[in-house]
Ligand binder design. Sequence first.
Ligand code: ZN
Length: 390
Amino acid sequence: MKVIDPKRIQGASSEVVRDINRRIVLNLIRTRHPISRADLSRLCGLQRSTISLIVEQLIAESWVIEGPTGRLPRGRRPTFLRLNDERVIVGVDIRPSQITVALSDANGKFTSREVIATSTDPKSAVEELIESIRRILASSRGKKVEGVGISLPGRFSHISDRLVFAPNLKWRDFDLRTPISKATGLEVELENAANACVLATVWFEHNEASRDLVVVTVSEGIGTGILMNGQLLRGYNGMAGEFGHVPLDTKGPVCGCGGRGCWEVFASNRAALRYYGEAGAANSGLTFLDLLSRADHGDVRAAKALETMAQYLGRGMRMIVAGLAPERIVVVGDLTRSWNRFGPIIEAEVRAQILPGGGMPRIDPAHEDGMARLRGTVALILQKDFGVYF
Ligand SMILES: [Zn+2]
C-alpha cells in the first residue's frame, strides 16, 4: 500500500500558496505600478514581511525594479516598485496581406516595429519572418528577451502544434513554431488572432475587464475569441469560436471555408466592398479604408454598403449573445474608426432579439490603433510567468 507522508503534502501545498501569492503580487505591480510595499500589503491582505520576501524574490528574478522614492506626510519615504522594462517580448501579427514584427516591453509598450508582405508560400514567409525577427532582436541588445508571441489569422491546434484552419491565409497544416524557435533560440507561442485580442483586453485594460467577454475581429474574415468565467475557450483542436463560418444563408456566396453564406461573407470588410460593387460602383483595387473615407465624403453607395455590413454584423452577434450570454462584446478592426456609423446599427440589430431573461451586452470598439493583436502576443508570452489574467 502506498504510504502518504503528511510532511510532503504540507510542503507541496505551502509551495503552491507561495506561488499564488507571488503571482498576485506580480500582477498587482503590473497593473498598479508604481506601487509601494505598504500598498501591496494593504491590497492583498498579506503581512508586510511576506510582501517583502516576495518582492525581494521578484527583484532577484529581475521581474521588478525599485523606482524613485516617494514622499508621504510625516517623513515616510516609501520606495515604489514597477515592472522591469528591460525584459522584452517579440510580438508577431500575421495577417493574410502583411506581417508585423514588433518589440515590446513587459508593460506592452512597443519600441520598434517593422512590416513585411505575407508570402503565399509558408516556407518563404517563415524565412522572411525569421530575418525580420533577427533585425528586431538586433535593436534589443542588452535586454532579456522573453520569447516570441505570434498571432495567427486562423486556428492553431495545441494538440498537433499546427495551424489547422486558416481559410484566408491558405497555409495548410504548417508547423511555424519549430523553424522560428530553432533559428532564434527563443520560446515561441502561437495563438489565434481573436484569442490574442481577448488576452490583450483582459491583460491591458485593467479596470474594464470582464470575465464573460467575446472579442469579434472583423477584417478579411470574422473571428471570435471567447473568455467565459475568466477562461479562454479553445475547444477541441483549438477550433472554438468559428461563428464566422456559421451559415446565415446556405444559398449565399461561397466562403473561403468551402461553405456558402457564412456570417463572414455577409459581414466582413470584403463583404462591404462587394455590396459597393453590387450597387454599380467601381470597386476594383479599393480597400476597406478607402470605402470608409468615401462614405465620410458623402458617397451614398459607400455609406449604404457599410450600413448593410453593420446590419449583418449585428445579426451574427445574436448567435453569440443567445449562445454565450457575454457581458461584453469588443469589436476589433478598421471599422472601429467609423464607430459612429457602425455602433448604433449593430446595437439595434442585437437588441431586436434579446431573449427574455437575457441581458443586452455592452458592445464596444477596441481601443484600436491596430495593435490589439500585437498586445495580445505580449500577454501570451507573459501570462506563463504571471499566471492569472486578473
Ligand atoms: Zn465559411
